[in-house]
Design a protein around this ligand. Sequence first.
Ligand code: HMG
Ligand code: MG
Length: 299
Amino acid sequence: MKWPEKVTIKEVGPRDGLQNEKVIIPTESKIEWIDQLSDTGLSYIEATSFVHPKWIPQLSDASLVAKGIRRNPTITYAALVPNERGLEAALEGKIDEISVFMSSSETHNLKNINKSISDTLPILKKVIQAAANSGKSVRGYVSTVFGCPYEGEVTMDQVFRVCDQLFDYGISEVSLGDTIGVASPKQVASFLEGAVKRYDSERIALHFHDTRGMALANVLQALEHGVVTFDSSLGGLGGCPYAPGASGNVATDDLVHMLHNMGIQTGINQDKLIKAASTMQTFLEKPLPSHQMAVYNAQ
Ligand code: HMG
Ligand code: MG
């Protein structure tokens, strides 16, 4: 196996990480943390989410965060957007890249965004096209790719149906979500054999939650299939409040540790990353669940 020389890590901690925390972090602390993340060498940070504040109160300060963070011109700052109302706010907040999201399974889509898949698609089509007209690239998240908390098994056809539509509307990349961390390396391999042929590995990112401790094994499997873009959350924070049992994303610090030890570059400084994770531990007043932070906290 020839490993890639470089992998792109998309930090989703300020969005996926904080949306699932019971404690609401004050806006100034979020801004301080994101500013610290901006100094770690990351090239992509999903900073917040312009969803309905009733649904995700933890991120109800999206506009203040977008406007308050220091922008490093080498970094793409992205945000989650569910509809045109969210897009308007994201554009006003000068977000660089828009992330639309939906599920491949009907029940999770309904619980998460209050609509059927067929009612969601035309809404996202409008968002994607309006974002493009404003000169913004759009990334599409597809959730429950490897299993749904409500329906169990999800077929590849269900996933492809949604991805095909989103690519057709103009997304530049699809982020395939293992929302509840049920994927096994074998399942990832058989899924990617089909997906890479259909969409090309350059347009695929993987978004593994580590609920069952399988995320790094799944990353390795994806690397073997030529995928070089991964979403992760510093310290292993994260989860979807509308997916029972969903816990944190693969931890950025664990992912960087593994990749660097394999001689794969990420451009990220591990010491600065750990420092930023330790800042978030102080804000949340609890240890973060990653392996690297367990090592750090034991010192
Ligand atoms: P809805 O209640 O069906 O919305 O929510 P609606 O269109 O019927 O509008 C109802 C009211 O909400 C209206 O106000 C709208 O203006 C307002 P009214 O006229 O009654 O006064 N409204 C908004 N307000 C602020 N911002 C907005 C907005 N949109 C409408 N953007 C909606 C539909 C999609 C908005 C709601 O269900 C929602 O916000 N859901 C978000 C759920 C969420 O954020 N989940 C977590 C993220 S997804 C995830 O974690 C998975 C991922 O990580 C990948 C993976 O792991 O698989 C991405
Ligand atoms: Mg997620």
